[in-house]
Design a binder for this molecule. Structure first.
Ligand code: CP
Length: 332
């Protein structure tokens, strides 16, 4: 006799509770400064960025942020930060309002304030990425916006997402951060990427070497943070002093746009150039990084050296920004 088995009821997926994502405390948060990132949060973002890399390499894109919109508002020129945020959002299935090719084509040219522009864009979007020439502008925008604001560079202040991708690159290239000797070269006074990266590095057991002309030394407030953190630190004017022992050579452009006296810029603009001859005295496993754009600080002949990591660094920016957008929008 055939015994009819009682089948279990079909699984009802609709009855599952909506998953809750915490984004490790980043959900719905603004990203204004690297001071928001302790090592636990950094590990979290780096781990998610690694997953984003895998995802992009395997399938290119996903629909994690389908229906979400990013407003990209840039009052200063950009290639990497704007393009990587746009690419990050699109690879996650979201949409973008790109105001990146010169705000002169937006109502800013009619005299609209930052506050009104932000309050307008938040009507159409879920997150705003802002680059602005004034230190503190990202915080001002965040104070007006009810949606998250991500700082993509506020004058010579901070560039937190660049620092995240820089640190991620160091970890990817060398497998660790603790124990490394890191030399920063160039415009340490105005280079916001240096400011943000240095602040992040104070959380690690590293040695720091700062190489700059006298007038472009690291601001005292940041140097004091380095000293207070107990970091082994030295300043010099000469790259040759540090390159032999460095694990990371982080080179930066002299920021012409921040000088009030262009004669002073002319004096220091070509102070450093990393050449194959200099690379010959560096460690075989040293990495050369640069936030880019470069205007002569690294000779093109260095590009074929496997230690030149600056274009891998650019790509890492997309993975970091994918991880950050997902976290901020609650899809970690
Ligand atoms: N590194 C960086 O901020 O580059 P862009 O100015 O091209 O965005």
């Amino acid at each position: 006799m055939l015994i009819k088995e009682k089948l279990p009821p079909l699984f009802n997926f609709d009855a599952l509770p909506e998953p809750t994502y915490t984004g490790n405390g980043l959900t719905d948060q603004d990203v204004i400064s690297v001071s928001q990132f302790d090592t636990e949060r950094l590990d979290y973002i780096f781990s998610r960025a690694g997953e984003m890399r895998e995802l992009v390499e395997r399938v290119g894109s996903t629909d994690l942020l389908r229906g979400r919109v990013l407003a990209c508002l840039f009052y200063e020129p950009s290639t990497r930060t704007s393009a990587s945020f746009i690419s990050a959002m699109e690879r996650l299935g979201g949409g973008v309002i790109p105001i990146t090719q010169g705000v002169q084509f937006s109502s800013v040219s009619k005299g609209e304030t930052l506050a009104d522009t932000i309050r307008t864009l938040e009507q159409f979007s879920d997150v705003i990425v802002l680059r602005h020439p004034t230190v503190g502008s990202a915080q001002v925008a965040a104070d007006y916006a009810a949606i998250p604001v991500i700082n993509a560079g506020d004058g010579p202040g901070e560039h937190p997402t660049q620092a995240l991708l820089d640190l991620f690159t160091i970890k990817e290239e060398l497998g660790r951060i603790n124990g490394l000797k890191i030399a920063m070269v160039g415009d340490l006074r105005y280079g916001r990427t240096v400011h943000s990266l240095t602040r992040l590095l104070t959380q690690y057991d590293v040695s720091l070497r700062f190489v700059s002309p006298e007038i472009l030394r690291l601001p005292l407030t940041i140097m004091n943070q380095v000293i207070d953190a107990g970091i082994d630190v030295r300043e010099t004017h000469d790259v040759a002093d540090v390159i032999k022992n460095a694990d990371v050579l982080y080179v930066t452009r002299v920021q012409k746009e921040r000088f009030t006296d262009l004669a002073q810029y002319e004096e220091v603009k070509n102070h450093y150039e990393i050449t194959p001859e200099l690379m010959a005295i560096a460690k075989q496993d040293m990495v050369v990084m640069h936030p880019l754009p470069r205007v002569g600080e690294i000779h093109y002949a260095v590009d074929d050296d496997p230690r030149a990591a600056y274009f891998r660094q650019v790509r890492n920016g997309m993975y970091i920004r994918m991880a950050l957008l997902a976290a901020v929008l609650g899809k970690a």
